[in-house]
Design a protein around this ligand. Structure first.
Ligand code: NDP
Ligand code: OXD
Length: 311
């Protein structure tokens, strides 16, 4: 079996080592180093943000395996051979990392740590009333692999959790909302909003002035999904007129975030460099190998992308 690894952002040496452990018969090639290999012999590409037109050079691939949970790192290729199955990455280490990050920031705002940091700077010994987690309303946009993992942990921590998704969900302790009407009710009850949606034609620009206006005054935004979900100017306006209290942004329209972007210096915005959840090759390789084995047995791989839905 021959696999071509195409990514400038992921460690080829680590993926090679881990994949060879679980698939000893695999020939692991990297692009562009191994571009001399017979392209018709390649069975799989494992890729993230390939240069346009690279994937279509492998005419016999059985699947395109994404190194990311989102598929925008694959569909960004305008010459993508869309007739090939595209499989996204679903991995326990990714869910764990995302849960840690989202819970950390939820607790940060729930326990007023942003305000205590300011008090400390002012040498002010100020105690604020503590809110019971059961009265803190957290809303998660997207209740898929990551959103539901985050939601379940927040429920375990006694938070009042709701989620919004395309289809209704039945997850213990999480109030489920769906559709446009559902979004309005969901937003009205949300104080800490966490975005974990895929980027699609429907979700692009969803975090905009109209949506912010439906949140209670003083709410907080935590965007861990994609930069293009957010209308940057609308966030700045909502923060400046104190409708939103703060935002944590891990993802941006242009990454790295340009040095002159207003988000860097904004006192109410925390910027992190797209690190909410990273895939460890040692656990990601098990998942990739599992899907390759399924395909080799003639079974459908797990987590196939539906290009019509966009995720
Ligand atoms: P999933 O596909 O498992 O979940 C997506 C969720 O969004 C589903 O619940 C889906 O609803 C819902 N959804 C999709 N479209 C709509 C819509 N139009 N209206 C309402 N709900 C919608 O994705 P993951 O949880 O695995 O990943 C989510 C995103 O997180 C990724 O696409 C990626 O952009 C981002 N990400 C960010 C990382 C980071 O480090 N910052 C790391 C990894 C991922 P339904 O269940 O009904 O289909
Ligand atoms: C992903 C990401 O989609 O890292 O996996 O953003």
């Amino acid at each position: 079996m021959n696999l071509m690894f195409i990514s400038n952002e992921d460690r080829a040496d680590q993926w090679r080592e881990q994949l060879m452990k679980v698939l000893p018969d695999l020939n692991f090639y990297t692009w562009p180093g191994d571009q001399g290999v017979d392209k018709t012999s390649i069975d799989y590409v494992l890729a993230w943000k390939p240069a346009p037109g690279v994937i279509k050079q492998f005419p016999n691939i059985k699947a395109i395996l994404s190194l990311g949970a989102g598929i925008d790192g694959i569909t960004c290729d305008p010459e993508l051979p869309t007739e090939k199955p595209i499989v996204r990455l679903v991995d326990n280490s990714l869910s764990q990392g995302m849960t840690q990050f989202a819970v950390y920031w939820t607790i940060h705002f729930h326990r007023d740590l942003d305000k205590y940091q300011n008090f400390e700077r002012e040498k002010s010994w100020t105690q604020l009333p503590q809110v019971d987690a059961a009265h803190r309303r957290v809303g998660i946009l997207g209740l898929g692999e990551l959103g539901s993992a985050v939601g379940k942990t927040l429920v375990d921590l006694q938070f009042d959790v709701a989620g919004w998704s395309r289809s209704e969900k039945a997850i213990d302790g999480i109030e489920s909302f769906s559709g446009a009407d559902g979004l309005t009710s969901f937003l009205a009850r949300t104080e800490i909003l966490i975005c974990l949606l895929p980027l699609t034609a429907e979700t692009e620009g969803l975090l905009n002035a109209e949506l912010f206006a439906q949140l209670p005054k003083g709410s907080v935004l935590i965007n861990l999904a994609r930069g293009k979900h957010l209308v940057d100017a609308d966030l700045l306006e909502a923060l400046d007129r104190e409708h939103l209290a703060a935002a944590v942004l891990d993802v941006f329209h242009h990454e790295p975030l340009p040095a002159d972007h207003l988000f860097w210096d904004h006192p109410k915005i925390t910027v992190t460099p797209h690190i909410a959840a990273l895939t460890f090759p040692h656990s990601g390789a098990e998942y990739v190998a599992g899907n390759i084995r399924r395909i080799e047995r003639g079974e459908a791989p797990l987590n196939l992308i539906d290009l019509d839905k966009g995720y």
